[in-house]
Write a protein that binds this ligand. Structure first.
Ligand code: ATP
Length: 301
C-alpha cells in the first residue's frame, strides 16, 4: 500500500508546489481572475535596459469594455527617481503597477522604458527588469534560503546572505538553529508580516532590477516594524527607478514626485511641500492621517 501512496504523495507535493507558485504570482498583485492573453509580438526583441527611464503616455485601460479604470495617465519617472502614487481605494493605483508588468494590454496610449514601448519587447525581458515587493508575500513551503534564492535562479549562498543582510533579516535567520535551512511556510516556521516582507525585499535585492515597484503594506505592520522596513526600502530604492504605491502618506514625503490618483485620473502632482501648499486633496489626506496618528499616539499612552 505504501508503494501506492508514495507516487500519490509525490503528485500531491508537485501539485502543492505548482499551486503555491501560482499563489505567489497572484499574491503579487491580488490577481484573482486570470489576466487576458498578453502575447509577445512576432520577433519581438528583448528590452534593452538602460538606466530605467519610465514614461506613461496618455495611458487608458479598463478591465471590462466600456468601464474605463485609467483615463489618460501621463507619468514621467526619470532614471533613478522615486514616484509615489496615492489616492483613495479603487482609484487605480495597483492597476498602474499591473500594466507596467504587462499583465494586461492597454486600451490606449503607451508605456515606455528607456524609449521602448513595453508592448513591443518580450515579456520575459520586461519582467526581468522589474522587481516587485508585493503587499503580501506568500512563501513556499521550503527553506528560508530557498525562498530568498527564488529572486534569482542559481544564486549562491554568499549572495543570498548579502541580500538577507540588505533586507535586515540576516540576524533573524542566523538566530534560528537551522539558519538558512530553516523551513518556513504553512508547515514550517511562521513569519510575521514584516519578516515576510523582508524576504520579498531580499529576493528583490538578489534580482537587482533597475526598476522597482513597491506595493506598500505598512498598514498591517506595527509602527516599529514599519519604521525599520521603511529604512530598508529607502536603501533598496537608491539608484533604481521606483514606483511606490502608498497607503500611508508618511512614507512618501521623500518621493521626487507624488501623484494623487482619483477615479483613474491624476488630480494633483508635485512634491510633498508643493502639494501641501496647494491645499487640495493631498493636503486633506495628509491632515486626516496626521490626526489619526495623533489619536493613535494618545490611545497608546
Ligand atoms: P486599493 O488602494 O484599495 O488597493 P487601488 O487604487 O489600487 O485600490 P485598483 O486595484 O487599481 O485600485 O482597482 C481599480 C478599479 O479596478 C477598482 O474599481 C477595482 O474594482 C477594479 N478592478 C481591479 N482589478 C480588477 C479585475 N481583475 N477585474 C475587474 N475589475 C478590477
Amino acid at each position: 500500500l505504501s508503494q501506492l501512496f508514495r507516487p500519490l504523495d509525490l503528485l500531491g507535493m508537485v501539485y502543492r508546489t505548482i499551486r503555491q507558485g501560482v499563489l505567489d504570482m497572484g499574491a503579487m498583485f491580488d490577481l484573482v481572475d486570470t489576466p487576458s492573453e498578453v502575447i509577445d509580438p512576432k520577433g519581438a526583441p528583448p528590452l534593452a535596459v538602460g538606466r530605467g527611464h519610465v514614461r506613461f503616455e496618455n495611458v487608458r485601460f479598463g478591465y471590462d469594455a466600456g468601464q474605463p479604470i485609467l483615463k489618460g495617465i501621463d507619468l514621467d519617472i526619470p532614471a533613478g527617481a522615486t514616484l509615489a502614487v496615492v489616492g483613495p481605494s479603487g482609484a487605480g493605483k495597483s492597476t498602474l503597477a499591473r500594466l507596467m508588468y504587462r499583465f494586461y494590454d492597454l486600451t490606449g496610449g503607451r508605456i515606455t522604458i528607456d524609449g521602448q514601448d513595453i508592448a513591443q519587447v518580450t515579456q520575459a525581458s520586461l519582467r526581468a527588469a522589474i522587481g516587485i515587493v508585493p503587499q503580501d508575500t506568500v512563501l513556499f513551503n521550503d527553506t528560508i534560503g530557498y525562498n530568498i534564492a527564488y529572486g534569482r535562479e542559481g544564486a549562491g549562498r554568499a549572495e543570498i546572505e548579502t541580500a538577507a543582510r540588505g533586507a535586515a533579516i540576516a540576524g533573524f535567520i542566523e538566530r534560528q538553529p537551522l539558519g538558512y535551512e530553516t523551513r518556513v511556510g504553512e508547515r514550517g516556521l511562521k513569519l510575521s508580516g514584516g519578516e515576510k516582507q523582508r524576504v520579498a525585499i531580499a529576493r528583490t535585492l538578489l534580482k537587482n532590477p533597475p526598476i522597482l515597484i513597491l506595493d506598500e503594506a505598512t498598514s498591517a505592520l506595527d509602527s516599529r516594524t514599519e519604521g525599520e522596513i521603511l529604512d530598508t526600502l529607502q536603501a533598496i530604492e537608491q539608484g533604481r527607478t521606483t514606483i511606490v504605491i502608498a497607503h500611508r502618506l508618511s512614507t512618501v514625503v521623500h518621493a521626487d514626485e507624488i501623484v494623487v490618483l482619483e477615479a483613474g485620473e491624476v488630480k494633483e502632482r508635485g512634491t510633498h511641500a508643493e502639494l501641501l501648499r496647494q491645499d487640495g486633496l493631498y493636503a486633506e489626506m495628509w491632515n486626516r492621517q496626521a490626526q489619526e496618528r495623533a489619536e493613535e499616539a494618545l490611545a497608546a499612552e
